[in-house]
Design a protein. Structure first.
Length: 188
């Protein structure tokens, strides 16, 4: 990890408690006396750094827990860990999502989504290549985004969100089985 990344991580961890009130703002950084020049793009750079940190924290926390699970169970576990880690910072995640929804931030939003789903697949031990590599990331992006929105808008407990995630993953499994049957039948 570079010195810049370590510095940014420390600032993000320090500013997280202020984000629910101050938002992802330079003012929040200044209130803490932190160096705003670490985030030259302002709030969007702060959000990007937060998501990068959350990706790395998720992968690190999951590493010892994934042994012996099937690939699909590892993916589920990683998403569950990510949501559990974000629980104390739900409002910061909500504000980050709002910033990522601005049309001018669509490139950063796409990069953050890609990085998160790629981190999940790598941490889960995915070794696919070719078209499968791309389709796995594209489908997981939809599942993860939908689950995150459900989690953000749900006043219910974490179990409801995991049930929602399980239904999305089960739907993907059914599609995969159908695709396999069609490929075998039509020699695709």
């Amino acid at each position: 990890m570079s010195d810049l990344t370590a510095s940014r991580d420390a600032v993000i961890r320090a500013v997280l408690p202020l984000v629910p009130v101050q938002g992802w703002t330079v003012a929040a950084l200044r209130q803490l006396g932190e160096d705003a020049t670490l985030f030259p793009g302002g709030p969007i750079d702060m959000v990007d750094a937060y998501i990068d940190l959350a990706d790395r924290d998720m992968a690190a926390a999951a590493a010892p827990m994934l042994e012996g699970q099937k690939l699909s169970a590892r993916v589920r576990s990683l998403i569950a860990i990510r949501l559990e880690q974000a629980l104390p910072h739900r409002e910061a995640v909500r504000r980050a999502a709002a910033i990522l929804c601005w049309p001018s931030n669509s490139g950063v939003a796409a990069r953050c989504t890609y990085r998160t789903v790629d981190t999940i697949w790598h941490a889960a031990g995915d070794t696919s290549t070719g078209v499968s590599w791309y389709t796995k990331r594209a489908t997981l992006a939809g599942v993860y985004a939908g689950t995150l929105l459900f989690w953000l808008n749900s006043a219910r407990d974490q179990a409801d969100t995991l049930d929602f995630l399980d239904r999305r993953l089960a739907g993907l499994a059914r599609i995969g089985k159908l695709r396999g049957r069609l490929a075998a039948r039509f020699a695709i």
